[in-house]
Design a protein around this ligand. Structure first.
Ligand code: NAP
Length: 536
């Protein structure tokens, strides 16, 4: 495809105005770079712009899930709840855009169509769907690991007479489900948050479940002001301690440094119970091997199943809601009343694992030879994660190498940051980095800072391009795989593996070695003059 010559030139073109794009733009400007963000949506905020479904909120505590790069920002911003709801997170993103004067560097409602690396100029030509194009020395993909909604190809979906919503593409005007019969397909994190709220509104709610979900209680509520004051008294120290935690958060409650197998049954039960009362991801840190050792994992999984049996009154429903896979293998959901919702007389659970959905009809859907009728359908079916957004682009590196060919067997990369054949392209919080296993804002800040240091290095050494080597990529793929093999993460069909998308190559995409080791690794690569990258 031949494109017209680019109409504008910038130093850095950034794709996406979520938290990654906002901080990248701020950082680039602080380095004196001329940078521009292209954002497909009409507003900033990324994930928090699109995921407006009822109950959407962050699953990492807000005092941790927020930017650390500016002391005045972190001191002055006040979260209202332990886990901020989506509207507040969106306000925060907008506040950051205003506070740092970023808006004039962001082109909203401008969807990137593709980008081609131009050999003679050693620059990227980036095209928008509008037909505009830019020439950029650096291309930064800040498009997010969970930004392409997964719309399964259900037969007959178009025949459904009522409205169809996807949790990741929710309307801006309030959706009123009162006096309506609603169906939800999917039981991952999005569904687990939305279902209790939809159930309170709808006259009838039918949940179609393929795989039961583990959910730990959020115990959400107003932010503890005494805790806030304590953290703000030394926010920088708190952030630094979190960066030394496996997931980039949780320093107030580190994992217990012993194996679950070393404790007696009574000690284990008491320890699980204590962490369950604290809520959120705390339960997975009750012992240090719950995500590494299947035997230990089985103990905490059974503890949660016990909770489900205690909460859900109907034994058959409790049984169906009880997951059988390893806990944490799919991201643990953090809920507010999810299991209890199935005690409501207007809620029913339908297993679509044994008998998959046959087709959607004008009035509902058919599965297992049974017809279900409803007025509105909610698809909580997740994302084509980590690669979906880039694989939809016309992205071509050296010699016209298409990203679809480069990644046909899985997303090869080095450190998650670079791709051989795609010089001066950086990927933030994508495959090959700890992104999905980390407090993603910590991951974003780390990547942006690394990219900034890298560009400063290139300039200081009179170099123009940086590109991962194929050898480093192959070794990194093995490194990512080996880290996954040391955990329980390979034991189920998760989006980490691409297994939720039909036809997608199965390759474990995020790096499971923990943020501190990964960050140390990236720092060492930089100290060694970007070993594993080709610099020219
Ligand atoms: P998800 O975890 O991938 O869940 C999708 C659900 O839809 C699963 O239950 C899946 O079943 C089901 N599904 C997918 N395709 C289906 C099909 N063809 N037929 C029947 N069922 C189907 O997606 P998500 O809930 O949107 O969450 C994705 C990630 O986003 C989370 O893991 C988390 O990282 C993030 N997130 C975080 C929060 C938060 O609490 N802050 C909230 C929402 C999302 P299977 O399991 O059988 O595939």
């Amino acid at each position: 495809m031949k494109h017209p010559a680019p109409t504008h030139a910038v130093d850095m073109l950034i794709v996406g105005a979520g938290f990654a794009g906002l901080y990248m733009l701020h950082k680039a400007r602080s380095m004196g770079l001329d940078a521009l963000v292209l954002e497909a949506a009409p507003g900033v905020g990324g994930t928090w712009y699109h995921n407006r479904y009822p109950g959407a909120r962050v699953d990492i505590q807000s005092m941790e899930y927020s930017f650390s790069f500016d002391e005045a920002l972190q001191q002055q911003w006040r979260w209202s709840e332990r886990y901020a709801p989506q509207p507040e997170l969106l306000r925060y993103a907008n506040h950051v855009a205003d506070r740092f004067g970023l808006r004039d560097g962001i082109r909203l409602s401008t969807r990137m169509a593709g980008a081609h690396f131009d050999e003679p100029s050693q620059r990227w030509t980036v095209q928008a769907e509008s037909g505009e194009s830019w020439s950029a020395r650096f291309l930064v993909m800040a498009s997010g690991p969970l930004s392409s909604p997964n719309l399964p190809d259900f037969a007959g979906l178009k025949d459904f007479a009522g409205p169809v919503y996807h949790t990741a593409n929710w309307p801006h005007e309030p959706v009123d489900f009162s006096a309506r019969r609603v169906a939800v397909i999917g039981t991952g994190s999005s569904a687990v948050q939305a279902i209790p709220i939809i159930a309170r509104q709808a006259s009838e709610l039918t949940v179609f479940q393929r795989t039961a979900a583990y959910a730990a209680p959020a115990h959400n509520g107003p932010l503890d002001r005494e805790l806030e004051a304590r953290i703000k008294a030394d926010y920088a120290g708190f952030r630094a301690r979190n960066r030394r935690m496996h997931g980039g958060f949780g320093s107030l409650l580190p994992p217990n440094p012993v194996s679950a197998l070393a404790a007696s049954a009574e000690e284990r039960e008491a320890a699980f119970e204590q962490r369950w009362k604290i809520g959120g991801f705390a339960i997975l840190g009750t012992f240090n091997d719950l995500l590494m050792n299947e035997q230990s994992n089985a103990l905490v999984a059974e503890f949660v199943r016990g909770k489900i049996r205690a909460i859900v009154k109907h034994p058959g429903t409790a049984q169906l809601l009880s997951p059988t896979h390893t806990i944490g293998c799919k991201r643990l959901c953090v809920d507010s009343g999810y299991y209890d919702t199935f005690n409501r007389p207007n809620v029913r659970l339908v297993d679509i694992n044994q008998a998959p959905i046959e087709r959607i009809t004008s009035k509902g859907l058919r599965t297992g030879g049974r017809e279900f009728e409803f007025d509105a359908l909610v698809l909580a079916t997740g994302f084509d994660a980590m690669t979906g957004t880039m694989m939809r682009l016309d992205l071509r590196g050296r010699d016209g190498l298409r990203i679809q060919d480069k990644w046909h067997a899985g997303p090869l990369n080095y450190l998650g940051l670079g791709i051989a054949g795609f010089p001066n392209l950086f990927n933030i919080a994508g495959p090959g980095s700890t992104s999905a296993f980390t407090n993603v804002i910590v991951a974003i800040e780390h990547h942006v800072d690394w990219i900034a240091d890298c560009i400063a290095y290139l300039d200081a050494h009179g170099l123009h391009t940086i590109e991962a080597s194929e050898q480093a990529e192959a070794a990194w793929a093995e490194h990512v795989n080996a880290a996954a093999r040391r955990t329980v993460f390979l034991s189920c069909n998760s989006w980490y593996l691409g297994a939720n998308i039909e036809g997608k190559p199965c390759m474990f995409m995020p790096l499971a070695e923990g943020f501190p080791r990964y960050a140390d690794h990236c720092a060492q690569v930089a100290r060694d003059g970007y070993v594993g990258f080709v610099l020219q």
